[in-house]
Write a protein that binds this ligand. Structure first.
Ligand SMILES: Nc1ncnc2c1ncn2[C@@H]1O[C@H](COP(=O)(O)OP(=O)(O)OP(=O)(O)O)[C@@H](O)[C@H]1O
Ligand SMILES: [Mg+2]
Length: 352
């Protein structure tokens, strides 16, 4: 069986229709962030004018937008802010969408940005929410117009979703817009329970049961490694799932992970020792036998140099490199340096 078949076979045995840990954005898979979602919906309910949803990349901003807007026709989502004013003009299309057919065909869309607020006021009858994802990518000019729109259009709430750098952009260029943000909603990370729920939800979504094939101690491990940061959780789960498939393991528990890290360390270290030049390797061999040792003492084990002076210079150069790369350590006694293997080199050599 080739690798792909083996992988598919393993998924089948786990009752998983496919890998649950892809970076898809699916409102059904959103868990946690209850406080933040409540705060967002409360401000929308209050018809606040401008709200900011912020958090580092991968914290779940786009996911929260997809979740709250999934069934709500009055929520309009721009996945990216318009780059130019002409693009901003075309947001009127989203609002025309809901008009009765006969109104839609006779409507005259604004041709100039100056007319957009007036136009929107005319056609927006019910409270609407405009989400602008990736708002930190908008030009200052576009952001300025969002401010004008927000000031002049009734029944409209704008929710900017942006990386934390958006704050700096506003502070530097658009204090007036910054002052209008009534609420900042920050996404940071899920709790341990929510992290577990994220994993369970994804596994069950593709036909699996509970958190299988993970065990509870692996959930602990995932949480401690990622701090519950959603994108990192998914990426680590993906790695661990691949590890389970590779080992054709029925469960993915902490022992399997230990086995993997042990194996990897060994692989890296062996490769690292192979990277050493013949001369460096020779120095290491001498240290194994005679450490702690001074450069002067090393000379006698290296008979190939034309003179002791040549040998000493070469040895010092080799030791310098080995020291910088962490293979050896040195200690000063009086005026003399004594060299010995670093603990990690010693471990490598034992395995070697
Ligand atoms: N609350 C959540 N519940 C479940 N999965 C989540 C949650 N938040 C984020 N995720 C998952 O984490 C990944 C990253 O989330 P998302 O793309 O929404 O982050 P983002 O903040 O928009 O990042 P970026 O700034 O890079 O656009 C996605 O695959 C998403 O499915
Ligand atoms: Mg996003």
């Amino acid at each position: 069986m080739d690798g792909l078949e083996k992988y598919k076979d393993w998924l089948r045995k786990q009752n998983l229709r496919r890998n649950p840990f892809t970076l898809e954005i699916n409102p059904f898979l959103v868990v946690g962030y209850n406080q933040q979602i409540t705060k967002l919906l409360k401000n929308i309910e209050q018809q606040q004018k401008i709200i900011l949803l912020t958090g580092p990349t991968g914290s779940g901003k786009t996911s929260i937008i997809s979740y709250v807007s999934k069934k709500n026709n009055n929520f309009i989502v721009l996945n990216k802010p318009p780059r130019e004013i002409s693009g901003l003009l075309s947001i009127s299309d989203f609002f025309i969408r809901d008009l009765p057919f006969f109104k839609k065909i006779f409507i005259r869309k604004p041709k100039k940005i100056e007319y957009l607020p007036f136009f929107l006021n005319k056609i927006i009858k019910k409270p609407k929410v405009l989400f602008v994802d990736e708002a930190h990518e908008a030009s200052i000019e576009v952001l300025e117009w969002f401010r004008v729109i927000s000031d002049q259009v009734q029944n409209l709430t704008i929710v900017f979703s942006a990386l934390p750098v958006f704050d700096d952009i506003l502070t530097k260029n658009l204090e007036t817009l910054k002052k209008r943000i009534v609420e900042r909603i920050e996404l940071n990370a899920l709790t341990k329970e929510e992290t577990e729920e994220l994993i369970r939800r994804r596994i069950e979504n593709v036909g699996g049961t509970d958190i299988k094939p993970f065990t509870y101690n692996v959930i602990e491990y995932i949480y401690s490694r990622t701090g519950g940061f959603p994108r990192d959780v998914i990426l680590l789960c993906n790695d661990l799932l691949n590890l389970g498939a590779e080992h054709d393991s029925e469960i993915i528990d902490i022992n399997l992970i230990d086995k993997k890290t042990g194996k990897e360390e060994k692989k890296i270290n062996l490769e690292k020792l192979k990277d050493l030049s013949g001369k460096q390797r020779k120095i290491i061999d001498i240290l194994v036998e005679h450490e702690p040792i001074t450069p002067n003492e090393i000379i006698k084990y290296l008979p190939d140099y034309p003179s002791d002076k040549h040998a000493l210079r070469a040895i010092n150069n080799l030791l310098k490199r080995l020291l910088e790369e962490g293979y050896v350590e040195r200690e000063k006694t009086g005026k003399t340096y004594y060299y010995k293997l670093s603990p990690s080199t010693r471990t490598m050599l034992v395995r070697y």
